[in-house]
Design a protein around this ligand. Structure first.
Ligand SMILES: [Zn+2]
Ligand SMILES: [Zn+2]
Ligand SMILES: [Zn+2]
Length: 150
């Protein structure tokens, strides 16, 4: 689990000292669930200016502490995720976001670079669907007797 202390150590390794307002912002972000919008942070930290929120998010992104995820309605959100390159699974039902990595996707990118002559600097992949928990919930609702003893 990501904690403010762990993040503080990560930032320190990159030469960043956490000022008190930045630490307070981090703690607000950590309390916002598995993903959050910049506006959620602004709303949850009334004492902190909008510009500071955006600057801090930018810094955390540059340090790979937070990543951006595009939700199924096209809105951008942020989340504390894996520091290594990864992609996202977004549940269109409950909105949960999780990370995944795939060697096949990276190979595909190498192939595209070769075919197009493009020097690929970045790519993003979000996969939208329904998570296991939402599918299980549906199955349960369709067959209420089967779940009666649970
Ligand atoms: Zn991510
Ligand atoms: Zn779900
Ligand atoms: Zn990738």
């Amino acid at each position: 689990m990501t904690t403010a202390d762990a993040l503080e150590r990560t930032l320190a390794r990159s030469g960043y000292r956490l000022t008190t307002p930045r630490r307070a912002l981090l703690e607000v972000m950590l309390g916002l669930g598995d993903h959050f919008a910049a506006d959620d942070v602004v709303e949850a930290a009334p004492g902190v200016g909008r510009a500071t929120v955006f600057r801090t998010l930018r810094l955390l992104q540059d340090l790979d502490v937070v990543c951006q995820v595009v939700l199924d309605d096209g809105r951008a959100a942020y989340r504390f995720g894996a520091a290594d390159h990864h992609h996202h699974l977004v549940c269109s039902d409950c909105g949960a976001v999780s990370d995944f990595a795939s060697g096949d996707v990276e190979e595909l990118m190498a192939g595209i670079a070769q075919r197009t002559g493009y020097q690929i600097e970045a790519h993003r992949l979000e996969v939208y669907g329904r998570c296991g928990a939402c599918q299980a919930k549906d199955a349960h609702e369709r067959a209420p007797l089967a779940g009666a003893t649970a």
